[in-house]
Design a protein around this ligand. Structure first.
Ligand code: C5P
Length: 229
């Protein structure tokens, strides 16, 4: 049986391959993430197809960042796709604009704090305030939530400390960087197992390659579902 807490990242190049993965997984998976890499490959059409025809939930990972008026307009337009989750960068003015854009829709706005691909040297190069990355991540999460975000994207290592924030009460925490015990890490560094990420306060986990790159996708998904059951 599917479990909404497991979101499969469809990081394949186009709608044809996206539908192949969704067909292979069938009723084992109820929630899909579609990202920027598929935008030119029919990502929005795939979102429509999975939502409208197959009754799946959709997380559109756009990580929007622009002036307020543009973010508001982009979110308003994207909400017509009846998305479940949509990401924006966690800067307060971006989050507030997204909140305006989503008015009247059921879409939840999730804020990105600090990309997990960035280390302290990158933050220095980007002239981001001195300090420990974990502390800056926590502060950005708190501000994004105060600005009206419905939740945040976080690494499993950050999930517990974000869950402990008073601002996180009733808000969503969604964690990528999840690997079943013994699985290939690919390029992920700060990982946790599916059950550990949920125990640390995540509401949803995002898993990509361990499922869609597996020989038997359905078996791979079912092993994760068994782990979190
Ligand atoms: O294949 P894998 O399970 O590593 O995929 C994780 C998904 O989560 C990818 O779509 C990746 O872009 C996304 N993601 C991430 N780390 C973040 C934010 C998003 O891995 N900090």
């Amino acid at each position: 049986m599917a479990d909404d807490r497991l979101i499969v990242a469809l990081d394949v190049p186009n709608i044809v391959q996206g539908l192949q993965v969704a067909d292979a997984l069938g009723d084992a998976i109820s929630f899909y993430k579609i990202g920027l890499g598929m935008l030119t490959g029919g990502g929005l059409a795939l979102a429509n197809e999975l939502k409208g025809e197959r009754g799946k939930r959709i997380f559109l990972d756009m990580k929007l960042f622009d002036i307020g008026a543009t973010v508001e307009a982009a979110v308003r337009g994207l909400c017509q796709y009846d998305l479940d989750f949509l990401t924006v960068h966690g800067d307060p003015q971006v989050v507030r604009a997204a909140g305006e854009g989503k008015r009247g829709s059921n879409t939840k706005i999730l804020a990105v704090t600090i990309l997990t691909s960035l280390d302290r040297a990158d933050l220095d190069a980007n002239m981001i305030v001195a300090g420990d990355i974990a502390e800056i991540t926590l502060a950005r999460a708190a501000r994004a939530l105060e600005s009206g975000a419905d939740g945040v994207i976080a690494s499993p290592q950050e999930a517990a400390m974000i869950r402990a924030l008073p601002q996180a009460k009733g808000k969503l925490i969604v964690t990528p960087g999840v690997r079943p015990a013994g699985a290939d890490l690919d390029d992920q560094k700060r990982i946790a197992t599916p059950s550990q990420a949920l125990a640390d306060g995540a509401d949803h986990i995002v898993v990509g390659r361990p499922i869609w790159a597996a020989k038997d996708m359905r078996a791979a998904a079912q092993a994760i579902l068994a782990d979190i059951a």
